[in-house]
Design a protein. Sequence first.
Length: 258
Amino acid sequence: MTIQASATPLSIPARPELTGGRKIGVLLSHGFTGSPASMTPWGEHLGELGYAVEVPRLPGHGTTWQEMNTTTWADWYGEVAGSFDRLSRTHDAVVVGGLSMGGALVLRLAADQPERVSGVIVVNPALATKRFDVKLLPLLKHLVPSMPGIINDIKKPGMDEHGYTRTPLKAAHSMMQAWPPLVTDLGKVTSPLLYFRSTVDKVVDGLSQPLIIDRVSSTDVTEVRLEDSYHVATIDNDAPKIFEQSAAFVARVAGTPA
C-alpha cells in the first residue's frame, strides 16, 4: 500500500543541551482519518527547543480510507503506546499530546500508565458526540462502507490536513466503541493536563469537554480557548498559541528550563 508523502511520520532526536541536560520526549498523535501533516509543524516547533518528538502515522492513515476500514482502535492505540514505550525507555520524562481522536488516544495512555506520563496536552479531543446517526453505525457499517468525510475544518485559508474525503464506517464504529470505557477510566488520569478547545468546532461537539474536565483526577488542569480556529487548530490561526503554551507546559511538567 502506497503511503502519501504528507503522512510521513516525524521523528526528532532530543538535544539535552537545550533542556537543562535532561532528555525530554514528546509524543503527538493525529486524529481520525487525518495524517501526521496536522501535527508536524507543532512537532517541529518543539523539536527546535530541544525536545525529542515522535509523530507516528496511525495504521490505516495516509493510504486509503478502504485500508483504514480494516483497522481498529486497538491498532491505533498500539501504535501510540509503542511509540510512547520507546520514548520512555530512553528519556527522562515524556509528555503526550493529541488532536481529536489523538487526544482520546493519549488520554487512554495516561489512564493506563499514569506513573509514566509526565503531562497530557489535548486539542479538541473527541470522547462523545450528540450525533444521532452514530446510533446507527452498528447496522450502517454493514450496509455502506463509508460516508462523506470530516476533514479540513480549518478557518485559515489554504491549509490542508491531508486526510480522507470519506469516513470509513467500520473504523468509525471501532473508535466510538472505545469511548465509553475511556470515559469510565478518566479518573485514572492524574497527569497535569493542558486542554485546548476551539470556540467553533464543526467536528467535535460540546459533550467531550465536560466529560474530561469533570472526570480526570488531575489537580493541575489548564483550559485554553482558541477563538480564531476551527477543529484542526494545530494548523489553524491559533497554532502559534498552541505551540508556545504547550512548550511552556512541557518545560514546567518535565522540569526543564522554560
